[in-house]
Design a protein around this ligand. Structure first.
Ligand code: CUA
Length: 159
């Protein structure tokens, strides 16, 4: 079979491009840890409500002033809702799901994580300005996925 020279060049270029893309995925996953935040912490999704922490989700202030928010994401709501946190202090979110994969995205910020049954997703962020944010589920989780949201209220520090 005779393959034209230009065709060979294009085939080679296309193959090289695919190789570069695959390499980019491997490098991103290996070197930059593309994976659920805090993927090491596991929890039995069938007993989330018996868990001392996730059985009573809510906002807790530590003695050093930092804040921990425990959230359960399930079809089709977040608990607690609304979530009230102070502005200007580190807020650690700890989120899990008793049913399917959900998302937890604070719209308009870079606070965003997948919530995977069996795992505790954790991240820490600071909201510099008081205000009201929408929390959206950004992973398709069922018939009412589009309704799954909550309100995050960032209050003036000290209130
Ligand atoms: Cu929960 Cu989509």
């Amino acid at each position: 079979m005779n393959v034209d020279l230009y065709e060979k060049i294009w085939m080679g270029a296309a193959a090289a491009l695919i190789a570069v893309f695959l390499l980019a995925i491997v490098v991103a996953a290996g070197a930059y840890a593309v994976q659920p935040p805090s993927h090491m912490e596991v929890i039995d999704p069938t007993t989330v409500y018996e868990d001392p922490e996730f059985g009573a989700p809510g906002v807790e202030t530590r003695t050093d002033g930092s804040v921990v928010v425990t959230v359960v994401a399930e079809m089709f709501f977040f608990d607690p809702d609304p979530i009230e946190v102070p502005a200007g202090v580190p807020v650690t979110f700890r989120i899990t799901s008793p049913d399917v994969i959900h998302g937890f995205e604070v719209v308009g910020t870079n606070a965003n994580t997948m919530v995977i049954p069996g795992y505790v997703s954790q991240f820490t962020t600071t909201f510099p300005e008081p205000g009201e944010y929408t929390v959206a589920c950004n992973e398709y989780c069922g018939m009412l996925h589009h309704n799954m949201g909550a309100t995050l209220i960032v209050q003036e520090a000290g209130e």
